[in-house]
Design a protein around this ligand. Structure first.
Ligand code: ZN
Length: 239
């Protein structure tokens, strides 16, 4: 069995280990960095795919407007032709040439419009898909950030709770043992003690405790692990 002082130190080390654990968890809190990076990636895709879809749609709109203009021009010429205002055949010939040119233009536009009708919907669908993915990821990011805020608050509350317990836990530990413990935990990532496992090894680094050191534990002496140098806590198979 460990001495009463070592038992108190063990309680203190449990608090300190808890504080270390909280610091580690706070440092590795997931605030959605991965999701944010995915959104940036999707936005790049959206700029490309969405830009392409918009360009195709704009081309289609331009062509449709152009067709409308051509139709109006043809109507105007038609009125001129049959309005009885033309005085010579030269004028008629010129108007017929103009009609032919406008019709050629209209046919070319029609071909282009048909092509665009094929490609605009799938381009739009692809852009919509990316935009939906961005919306979903943005929602996921907001949720993750909200959860992270809650997790942080919980960690802070637990940190405050453990910190409050510490002054009481310090009582009954001699300055000599305390400074030894502090020295070890400062060197060893904040964890200054280790329990002895059922297989008689150090509970932190796993090193087997030699026979003589084990006898010292039974004799309630302060024993450290010969490998990680943490103070050992032995409870005769209770751990
Ligand atoms: Zn060890």
């Amino acid at each position: 069995m460990a001495s009463a002082e070592i038992q108190r130190l063990w309680k203190l080390s449990q608090i300190d280990s808890g504080l270390v654990e909280i610091r580690l968890r706070a440092a590795s809190l997931d605030i959605g960095k991965k999701i944010a990076a995915e959104i940036v990636e999707l936005q790049k895709q959206d700029a490309e795919v969405g830009g392409k879809a918009k360009k195709l749609q704009a081309d289609l709109t331009d062509l449709e407007l152009s067709q409308k203009g051509i139709d109006e021009k043809l109507k105007r010429i038609d009125k001129q032709m049959y309005g009885g205002t033309l005085v010579n055949s030269r004028e008629v010939e010129n108007l017929q040439k103009e009609i032919a040119a406008l019709k050629r233009q209209r046919d070319t536009n029609d071909e282009k419009i048909l092509e665009l009708w094929e490609v605009v919907p799938p381009a739009k669908a692809a852009a919509d898909k990316i935009e939906q993915a961005i919306a979903a990821k943005t929602k996921a990011l907001a949720d993750r950030r909200k959860a992270a805020v809650a997790e942080k608050a919980a960690l802070e509350a637990e940190f405050a709770r453990l910190t409050k317990l510490r002054p009481d836990a310090l009582r009954g530990i001699t300055p000599g043992l305390m400074s030894r413990y502090d020295g070890i935990r400062n060197r060893m990532d904040g964890v200054g003690m280790a329990d002895v496992t059922r297989t008689n090894s150090c509970g932190v680094c796993g090193t087997i405790i030699p026979e003589r050191a084990f006898q010292n534990l039974i004799d309630e002496k302060v024993v450290t692990c010969e490998s990680c140098h943490r103070i050992l806590y032995y409870t005769e198979g209770l751990v």
